[in-house]
Design a protein around this ligand. Structure first.
Ligand code: WTA
Length: 650
């Protein structure tokens, strides 16, 4: 076994082919067609992507599809000019979608707004003109720190329209996190709101901005959208109300012709070490990638009501709320608030009310709903749903089955989509009219994605051998670098494995060529020389009916090298007893083997998660080893969780 190999112990044999009913109406419904297109996309990527790209409205044609001569720095659609906001808006004014609903929005308190494509276009033009009037121009960077309101999507598109790169900072981040990002990006303006609604309370965003940009001279403008009408402090000269700024400006704003490789946005991801990385995405390739993936992965049809529950502050929101769906002229639903406010069935109520047909969410949300009980979704009519998706983490088969049965009524295909901030768009995914899905697998590569399981030396591993999930060819929506740090880009993504992109995930590929993500390789546990995937041990724990969520980490052990420490949250009304510990240990032994039995099992009400719902195993490792956490904790959602786990919170 090589050093990078991970043993796989998960067995999952269930398969769910798309139903005839779904297949009949879907965009792509035959395996042969998928194979033909996939082969072309790998063997002749320039033909494939060149053809797809021509479906977008270019302002000037490109003269070369791909320039990879300076690898790993890619150029796609060289010489072409386009504007991302024109792709998302202007083309729909003349293709029959002008009066189609673009945004269907609901606030947490239940207020609603809708915008047709024509209305959204006008609003974005005014927003863009208001920014211009404040001196924001092509090539600038603008930070956006907002709640999930329509103006967030408008702000993003307005920046794109005038050629300023946006840097969206999730509204749940602290003033310090905002400051770091504004400084690193050299932002000259910040767009925010007085506040946003979250769990029945006002999130005071403007206040955070005041603290976050205090003393940063480069920021000449803070534009504030009025949402919650809470008191805000005002810095004359710098601060401007959005509703005032858009009053005297025109509804016409010509989209700036952008070079295909001009920066569209920066989006920061936090590594486990070092300062956050400003991932750079450019215009042409990103638009082509998100356009095509949205179309095929979600099997988008003209009358769909599409709801991705992510926040625009994450890449999922960029690619699959704003750019991808709007490039396709979709009706996009947006929701401001928390999934369980004011009641545990809120998401399902929204699905019923707005007749959502495509629903895309994260495994952490699915597990939460599972724990809350079936009675909540059962109160609502979910028959409008026709397709479900998940992203953000591996979904354990248990949660996948629940999602399929309780939310999807055993009728909707599930697309488990694997990708990253860095990849810009979906990389591994079922195609819902074609792929027979397996619970817990992101299945196969999307068009143009040359994914493989490799060892460090670049050799490909055989079926069911866990190794490094790598991409061997450039793809249009790939990151172009890390803002201000070329070398870090090369070192972080293109140096671990010879000749391939590798960004930290371990996986295996089964005998049918399906990929199974095994978690971050940094999280792999080595027990007596066996390298086990955290995800698989967690999945076996969660498959026990009394367990809701589990996170598994290694702690040092004199005998076995590392021992498994499991943090477990239990289902409703389950009591912690010694018998339960024994039962769970026996369950893991049966599912995986005695080797994988946790040496420590700790029960907890909540796990430390990032604000996008990923478990922060790095912090749990410190808790398990009984040491203070070092490193960045600014992305932790709830600090009290950590204190409680350490035992100093109670
Ligand atoms: C994880 C989110 C398993 C993975 C789009 C990846 C997943 C990281 C999946 C990127 C999935 C995302 N199955 N793991 N379907 N989707 N991940 O940058 O570890 O927030 O590397 O992008 O999330 O997270 P990011």
């Amino acid at each position: 076994m090589t050093e990078s190999e991970i043993e796989s112990v998960l067995h999952e044999d269930r398969q769910f082919p798309p139903s005839e009913a779904f297949r009949k109406l879907s965009r792509l419904s035959s395996e042969a067609e998928y194979q033909k297109l996939y082969r072309e996309s790998i063997d002749s990527p320039e033909t494939f992507w060149g053809r797809v790209a021509l479906e977008l409205p270019w302002m000037q044609d490109f003269d070369q599809v791909l320039d990879w001569s300076n690898a790993p720095f890619a150029k796609w659609f060289v010489g072409g000019k386009l504007n991302a906001s024109a792709v998302c808006l202007d083309q729909h004014l003349s293709n029959g979608r002008a009066d189609k609903t673009a945004i269907l929005w609901e606030g947490e308190p239940g207020d609603t707004q809708t915008y047709t494509y024509k209305e959204l276009h006008a609003a974005v033009c005014r927003f863009a003109n208001a920014l211009k009037a404040r001196g924001v121009k092509k090539g600038d960077r603008v930070a956006i720190y907002m709640p999930m309101i329509p103006e967030l999507a408008m702000a993003v598109l307005a920046c794109a329209r005038i050629g300023a790169a946006h840097s969206v900072v999730f509204g749940g981040f602290s003033a310090q996190a905002l400051r770091d990002r504004v400084e690193d990006g050299g932002c000259t303006a910040v767009i925010t709101a007085d506040g946003g609604w979250r769990r029945g309370k006002v999130l005071p965003l403007k206040q955070e901005v005041d603290a976050g940009v205090e003393g940063i001279d480069s920021v000449h403008t803070v534009m504030v959208v009025r949402r919650t009408e809470n008191e805000v402090t005002w810095k004359a000269g710098r601060d401007v109300w959005y509703h005032e700024a858009i009053q005297d400006v025109s509804e016409d704003c010509e989209p700036e012709p952008m070079d295909s490789e001009d920066v569209l946005f920066l989006l920061y991801t936090s590594g486990s070490t070092g300062k956050p990385k400003g991932i750079v995405h450019t215009t042409g390739g990103y638009m082509v990638g998100t356009y095509l993936t949205t179309q095929y992965v979600f099997d988008l049809q003209e009358d769909d009501v599409y709801w991705c529950t992510a926040d625009v502050g994450w890449i999922t929101g960029h690619s699959y709320i704003v750019y991808g769906p709007m490039a396709n002229g979709a009706t996009v639903m947006m929701y401001e608030g928390a999934p369980t406010t004011p009641h545990a069935g809120r998401f399902w109520e929204l699905c019923e009310k707005h007749k959502v047909t495509i629903f895309y969410t994260a495994p952490t949300a699915i597990r939460t709903f599972m724990r809350l009980g079936d009675e909540h979704p059962e109160r609502f009519d979910l028959s409008s749903l026709r397709l479900l998706g998940t992203v953000g983490e591996a979904i354990n088969p248990e949660a996948w089955m629940w999602y399929r049965k309780v939310i999807g009524g055993d009728r909707c295909p599930i697309v488990d989509t694997w990708w990253q901030t860095e990849t810009g768009g979906i990389m591994l995914t079922p195609l819902p009219g074609v792929t027979a899905t397996k619970p817990g697998s992101a299945t196969r590569p999307f068009f143009g994605v040359d994914a493989a399981i490799l060892a460090e030396d670049g050799t490909e591993l055989g079926p069911n051998k866990g190794g490094l999930l790598c991409i061997r060819k450039p793809w249009p929506a790939m990151l172009r670098g890390i803002w201000g740090d070329k070398q870090r880009y090369v070192d972080t993504y293109w140096s671990d494995v010879k000749g391939a992109y590798f960004a930290g995930d371990g996986a295996r590929r089964d005998e049918d060529g399906y990929f199974w993500i095994m978690g971050r390789v940094d999280d792999v546990i080595n027990v007596s020389g066996h390298r086990l995937s955290t995800m698989e041990v967690e999945s076996s724990l969660v498959s026990h009916p009394k367990v809701c969520e589990a996170a598994v980490v290694a702690r040092p052990d004199e005998i076995t090298g590392q021992a498994i420490c499991a943090f477990v949250t239990l289902g409703k009304d389950v009591e912690v007893t010694d018998a339960l510990r024994t039962e769970l240990n026996a369950h893991v032994a049966k599912e995986i083997g005695k080797l994988a039995r946790p040496a420590d099992m700790r029960f907890t009400d909540a796990l430390p998660k990032t604000r996008s719902g990923k478990i922060m195993r790095r912090l749990l490792r410190d808790v398990a080893a009984g040491v203070e956490s070092s490193g960045d904790t600014s992305t932790l959602e709830d600090f009290t969780v950590l204190a409680k786990l350490r035992g100093d919170g109670e």
